[in-house]
Design a protein around this ligand. Structure first.
Ligand code: SER
Length: 885
């Protein structure tokens, strides 16, 4: 029985034998279609080849394309787990002709592969064609010998394939497999066509038109072919199964899920395992393609799928995070066909583990709230939208997770109520937001790109070049001329100015024409255009003029040094902390660099020091930085670090730096850092000069941020630090080297002086001598009563203790004459506290001083007064108490 991996290989090999280029699956995040959330069929990466906009060096291609249908128009999420053939992730096998062969080859290719290589009995197959497509019907008759009743003509859009409201399209023919009359269902086009007997296995689209936004349909420059066959479907068929989840690949994931949760793969938790197996694939591949869980856009679709799977794992009784433990099983199955999965394994595991750990913190409480809410509403009634919103907002339950949980009880959610609650919250947020003040309307860049094509970038090789001004844009639209003082955005046919991308900031510099001069303050990218943000300094500049373009060399050199240092930093971090370290964002500006990367905890001082030392060692190595253009395959073969979700064309730039001394682990055996990168870099590592790490901080959950300086910036920083040190040394009249010893000595001196000062104050308080005031006997009790100057209230308790110790047995009253409000403290030795309480003494004294209250224990109490003039009365009052009056 062929495995899914075998079937994929057989398909690709068949078309390779028939002169097709085997092309890699494109990343799941579309490179060339801003309207599409995820790639959802094989033709997406070839869209522009059909319309003739893009030319490649091949006209026949075949792919196994990763597809996700979980957001946007095609969304299978709700049904996954409950049906035999719904997936959020699937592979689409396809063969493509770009103006090369058409129907008369596409049909024989498909028939031969199915009936010969896959050995499917001919009498089990039937086809549909578009109603008016006599040519396709005749070909099926001729090539396959199908009888007329097995060539079904369909008039509806089912047999006219469109990728969307615009784009290439055409009639199609679909091949069906008949599972026999034991299964209910009718042939396509019949009333019972939704039954499971006749299953569509392959769609062959005869691309011949382009659909335009205004509804018109024009012929394509050349007739083309786009076919699509779901691997899971054909796999089930060839493995004699009816259910895609019973194929070897899906089954192994289901068993991994059963094993990890110690449950029966076919028991009551069967649906849970199916959801987990499917969602494991979509989430892992999305993460490998650079999508991270977040609360918006693609990241939120990923989060929804992840959390949906995590709830199902929870239903299986899992006590700890499960999903990350299943990744090795997935990599075993699919890592060979999709190397990006193996490369990103550590990152996928880390991302899943973090998300599940976090979600588990609210999952239980959310489910409890859901149960409570459900208990409150009548049987079968919808869950109120407000409750679903609370689950979303407070407990992190995506709406479809709540719907999925309720589905098991046959209940739905009031989605209109949910949307209303969401809209209300958004309206509040919008009301408190000031706005970003965007200027030029983005559509203008679309129009200009269409009119002029993409800007050619010359800046890898030169910092000065000539270009032609194609357009000037000011607020309000295109202008013909810009004069002194005016701010304008300039489009040229070519430029040495780097436009901000990949974390590297845009270039600045000067533009000069025969009639004027402008300062370029920044450069940005839009629709393939390099947009130069400028201010006219002299004269005027106009469209059609030739312009001399000069990049600010010092600024660019500093940016280059920072960007190259970022690559060294990335590799040093991977080596110090582990392979899970992956770039999550970066900034390469003239004055600093910033690097965000996935790592769960703070980086220690020792690790930072190691990383800094390693980067500096490679800078001193001063080896040449090598930039090569190669295919993404070759780059991966070398082990290049890449964000697989990034836009990489047929050719990628691979930047390699640093030579290993033989002890390292560079994938090509000698290079330290290898990255796919479109940025500008130093020629030799020594140009970076110096690398100083400023520190590590948390950027967001699971992401750390390192900031660092290079070259002159690093030197200036160190100089400034040394300057501070030298200022301190001058103040200390010492050399910097002596400072640690001197500062320590100073601290010790200060401690000593503080002790001495305290002692002196006590002595002073006690009448200027260590012996202190004399005690008198009052009512048979020894009393020291004294007014002290030069002490504060907080000094009194210590002095009371000291005097109590001195008299052995007796009472003490101290009044601090502070210059302001006097403070009082009284003490009674332990042997006398049952006769006299210090609290009474303090209260009586305070009253005589015009104060109120007093508190403490019988052996020690404190109070405050208002007027020191009452001191003698206070002492008399205490004496009276001792006398028992
Ligand atoms: N584009 C067609 C489909 O998605 C054939 O690949 O069915």
């Amino acid at each position: 029985m062929p495995s899914l991996n075998d079937i994929r290989t057989t398909f690709l090999d068949y078309f390779k034998r028939n002169d097709h280029r085997v092309v890699d699956s494109s990343p799941l995040v579309p490179r060339n279609d801003p309207t599409l959330m995820f790639v959802n069929s094989g033709m997406v990466q070839f869209k522009n080849c059909f319309t003739g906009v893009e030319q490649r060096d091949y006209v026949r291609a075949t792919t196994a394309q990763k597809c996700v249908r979980a957001g946007g128009k095609h969304n299978d999420l709700d049904n996954v787990g409950y049906t035999a053939r719904h997936h959020t992730f699937f592979e689409m096998l396809g063969n493509f002709s770009f103006g090369d062969y058409f129907k008369s080859d596409a049909i024989p290719f498909a028939w031969e592969l199915l009936t010969r290589d896959f050995d499917i009995p001919k009498d089990k197959l039937l086809v549909t064609v578009y109603e008016s497509d006599d040519e396709a019907a005749a070909l099926w008759k001729k090539v396959a010998g199908l009888s007329d009743d097995r060539i079904i003509r369909i008039a509806t859009d089912d047999n006219f394939w469109r990728m969307g409201p615009t784009g290439p399209c055409g009639p199609c023919t679909e091949i069906f497999f008949d599972h026999g009359d034991k299964i209910w269902g009718g042939p396509p086009g019949s009333a019972d066509q939704d039954g499971d007997r006749f299953i569509e296995i392959w769609n062959l689209v005869f691309m011949q038109n382009e659909q335009h936004a205004d509804g018109s349909l024009t012929p394509l420059p050349k007739q083309s072919i786009d076919t699509g066959m779901g691997l899971e479907r054909i796999g089930a068929l060839l493995q004699g199964k009816h259910d895609n989840y019973d194929t070897d690949l899906m089954r192994s994931l289901i068993e991994a899920s059963a094993h990890a949760t110690s449950s029966d793969p076919d028991g009551p938790g069967k649906t849970h395992h199916r959801v987990i197996a499917d969602h494991l694939r979509s989430t892992s591949f999305l993460i490998a393609d650079g999508v991270l869980p977040s609360n918006e856009g693609r990241g939120y679709v990923l989060r929804r799928i992840m959390r949906r799977a995590m709830r199902h794992a929870h239903q299986l009784g899992a006590q700890d995070p499960v999903m990350h433990r299943l990744v090795p099983a997935l990599v075993r199955q699919m890592g060979a066909a999709y190397p990006e999965l193996s490369c990103a394994q550590a990152m996928i595991e880390e991302t899943l583990r973090l998300e599940e750990t976090r979600f588990r913190q609210t999952l239980d409480r959310g489910l409890k709230l859901l149960d409570d809410e459900v208990a409150r509403i009548p049987e079968g009634a919808e869950l109120p939208g407000a409750a679903a919103f609370k689950l979303y907002d407070t407990y992190g339950f995506p709406l479809d997770l709540t719907q999925d949980a309720l589905r098991e009880q046959g209940r739905a959610v009031d989605t209109a109520g949910f949307e209303a609650a969401m809209a209300e919250q958004k309206a509040k947020a919008r009301a408190s937001w000031a706005g970003s003040g965007e200027t030029a309307d983005a559509t203008i860049w679309f129009d200009l790109a269409e009119a002029h094509g993409a800007t050619e970038f010359l800046g890898y090789d030169t910092e000065a070049a000539e270009g032609q001004i194609l357009a000037l844009v000011a607020t309000g639209g295109e202008i013909a001329k810009a004069t002194k003082g005016q701010e304008v955005q300039i489009i040229l046919n070519q430029t040495p100015f780097y436009a901000e991308s990949g974390g590297q900031v845009g270039d600045a510099g000067v533009l000069t024409t025969a009639s004027g001069k402008a300062r370029i303050t920044d450069t940005k990218k839009g629709q393939g255009l390099f947009i130069h943000l400028a201010e006219v300094l002299e004269g005027e500049i106009g469209t059609g003029q030739g312009a001399a373009l000069t990049v600010d060399h010092g600024r660019r050199a500093a940016i280059r040094a920072n960007h190259s240092a970022t690559h060294l930093l990335h590799e040093a971090l991977r080596r110090a902390l582990g392979d899970h370290v992956a770039q999550r964002g970066s900034l390469n500006a003239p004055d600093r660099l910033r690097f965000d990367f996935s790592h769960g905890q703070a980086v220690s001082q020792a690790e930072l020091a190691q990383v800094e030392a390693e980067v500096n060692a490679y800078i001193r190595q001063n080896s040449a930085v090598d930039t090569r253009i190669m295919t993404p395959d070759d780059a991966r073969g070398l082990g290049a670090q890449a964000l697989f979700g990034e836009k990489y064309g047929d050719e990628v730039r691979v930047v390699s730096m640093g030579l290993l001394d033989g002890s390292g682990k560079g994938a090509d055996g000698r290079t330290y850092s290898l990255e796919l990168c479109g940025g500008t870099h130093v020629g030799r590592l020594g140009e970076i000069g110096l690398f100083v790490l400023l520190g590590d901080s948390a950027s967001s959950a699971g992401i750390r941020r390192i900031e660092a300086l290079t070259g002159e910036g690093a030197l200036a920083y160190l100089k400034q630090q040394l300057g501070l040190l030298s200022d301190v040394a001058t103040l200390m009249k010492a050399t910097p080297a002596d400072l640690p010893v001197r500062v320590k000595a100073l601290q010790e001196d200060r401690r000593k002086l503080e002790n001495e000062l305290a002692q002196l104050r006590r002595e002073l308080a006690m009448g200027g001598n260590a012996a202190g005031p004399e005690a008198r006997e009052i009512g048979g009790i020894k009393l020291i009563a004294q007014v002290l100057t030069g002490v504060s209230g907080k000094d009194l308790p210590g002095l009371i203790d000291e005097m109590k110790a001195r008299i052995g047995s007796g009472a003490v009253l101290l009044i601090a004459d502070t210059g302001g409000k006097p403070a009082v403290a009284a003490g009674v030795t332990a042997d006398l506290t049952d006769k006299v309480s210090a609290v009474d003494l303090a209260k009586a004294a305070a009253a005589a001083l015009g104060g109120k209250g007093g508190g403490g224990r019988p052996d020690m109490a404190q109070a405050g007064g208002m007027d020191i003039g009452g001191a003698a009365t206070a002492i008399a009052a205490v004496e009276a108490i001792l006398r028992g009056e």
